[in-house]
Each structure stands twice: as structure tokens, then as C-alpha cells.
Design a protein around this ligand. Sequence first.
Ligand code: TRP
Length: 381
Amino acid sequence: MPDDEEMVVTPWEVRGKMDYDRLIELFGTQRITPELKEKLYKMAGEEHIMLRRDLFFSHRDLDWILTEYEKGNKFIIYTGRGPSGHVHIGHLVPWIFTKWMQEKFGTRLYFQLTDDEKYFFTPDLSLDDVKRYTYENALDLLAIGFEPENTYVIQDIEHIDMMYELAVQVAKKVTFSTAKAVFGFENSMNIGGIWYPAMQAVPAFLHSWIYGTKTPCIIPCAIDQDPHWRVTRDVAERLGYYKPASIQNKFVPGLHEGGKMSASDPMSAIFTTDTPKQARKKVMAAYTGGRDTAEEQRKLGANPDICTVFMYYDFLFMPDDKELAEIERKCRGGEILCGECKQILAPRIMEFLEKHQAAREEVKDRVHEFSAARLREDIRR
Ligand code: TRP
């Protein structure tokens, strides 16, 4: 990828070379400071690798929501996934963090599967495709190990009866010109897509609406979703709710140069449905910061900063800081070649996949235990 390619980050398109400092500025979010990390660690009772390594780097109102929690005003967690295809390892990353939050703070999770969104926004995707992916993706989600009694999986189409009353209130407060400015909608867009942001706002208020409370909400998500939260925050107080807080992660790269990922190229990411053997093949073919020849690399060293293998170590597969520092040193110094380095990552990813796939099998008959359909009983009309 050319370095000068313009950075584009919207909820529906992410391309170019990422500059996360610039994103914080552009979106008007806050950086997660060392002090804030400490506060979170203290309350959670332990550290988390994804914060330590700055994969989660940006937020809105995280400090506020922690302070509310300290005062006894517990939050709920809201996150989601657009089921447009199979899940890859990168998608699991914020979910792993979300599970940690749920566990450490003992809070409810509302997880939105946006079948409607992906139907509106993906020209070639039929409703049947979306439904199939919704189920498949739910298995991946549940395989992460969320607590069933504290987890509510919302499927927009199936659960619209519980969402519509809130969605219409949001929709009435968002003008078309705001939606165009925030999301870049064009006239050729189908009207379903223009309506959709109202649906993504709903789970932030759903708990408060159902139980007649004013419950804070925090959204762990990739930073490309922030435009949604700007709109959601803008309407929140006018509807009598708190503005949702968020904690935002960087994009987890694919295996090609520049971390590029493409849905049409299966080699560009490791899917949770890949066999461990396929995953191994993908790791061995991954883009690195290595030199053209072994001889050159021994002499000049390689560059971990642009290496996809190294990025996978960084956010999940090499939690030991000393081990990571050591491999970085060897890489830069030409002591280790990319092939050897990949031999370290491959078995870790294979083991992770094997475990994940076993867990995925295990939840197959239990999807209903997590369904937001249970909420219907709690709604007082
Ligand atoms: N729009 C998201 C996607 O395309 C799905 C989503 C819905 C979501 N609600 C969310 C993601 C809340 C993060 C947090 O994947």
C-alpha cells in the first residue's frame, strides 16, 4: 500500500495508512491516558494485554463511567457485529476484551447482530445469506465464553418488536442533513441504510427503557463505529438517557501488506472456520518486514513495525512482554529470519483455533440461552 494513500475511516469503509493520533483529533475522542488505565486496572483487579499494548487507545467518557460505577451506578456493556461474512481472528479481539469487562465488572452485555445493516449495505448479500451468517457469527461470539445469564444477543430483524419504540424516537431527532454529514450518505443510497443508524443507537438505551432506569452504557468497539456514537450521544439526553461512553480499539490487521484484508481474498485473514492446517498455511504466507534474501536479513535486520506476524504477537499471541521484546531485538538485529518467526506464531494460532472451534461446537445447541427474546418478559407496556 502506498504510504501516501488517503486515510478513510467510516463505519462502512476503512482504507489507507492509519494514523491513530489523527483519528482521535478528527473524531474528537480522548486518548486513554496512563492514569485512566491505572484506574481501570485497579477497579478490575488486574491488567489487560489489549490496554497494555494500546490496542484499546481511545475513549469517550470512560473516566465518567468508572466514577459512576464507584458510586454504585453500574453500567451495561453494548457491542455488536454486522454479519456480512465469516468472522476472522481480528473480529474476536474486541470481544475477548468485552468478556473481560463483563467478568470484572459483573455487568450485563447487550450484543447486537445487525442483519438489517448488512442487508442494506451489501449489494450482493441476500436475506438468506445474512441469516446464515448471523447464526454462524453468533456461534463465534458465544464461543468466547460470555456468561449466559448476563448476555443478551439482539438480532435486529427478529427482535424489532422490542426495538422499534426506541428507534422511532431516535429517528425523529436525526435530520437527513446530519446523517449525510456524519455518515457521508449519498442520494443513490437505499432508504434502509439511511434509517439504519437509528437501529444502532437503540441498544445503548434499551436497558434503561425496559427497566425504567437511567443506566450508563459503555461500548467497546473499533474506532470506525464512532460516527454512530456521535449521533447516539447527540440524541441521548433529549430522550432522557445518559450519553453512551465508549472504549475504542485499533483495527486488527489482515495478513497482507499494510494489514489489508479483503472479503474476496481468503488468504488475507484467518477465519474462525478455517482448519488449523489452513491457518498455518496463511501464517506461513503472511506479509512481514523481512528482506529479499536471508543473507541481506542477517546483515541488515528486518522491520517488525510493518510486519503482520509481529502485530499478531503484539495484540494477542505473545502476552509476555519480555518474550516480545526479545523477539523484536532478534528481528531488528537479523538474528531471526521470518520463516523461523512464523514457526513460533503458527502453532499458537492453531491451538487458539482448535480451542475456539471446540467451544463453537459446544454452544451450537445453546444459542437460545443467550437470546434477547428473554427481554420480552421484562418489558412493561
Ligand atoms: N455496525 C457494526 C458493524 O458493521 C455492528 C454493530 C452494531 C456494532 N452495534 C455495534 C459494533 C456496537 C460495535 C458496537 O460491524
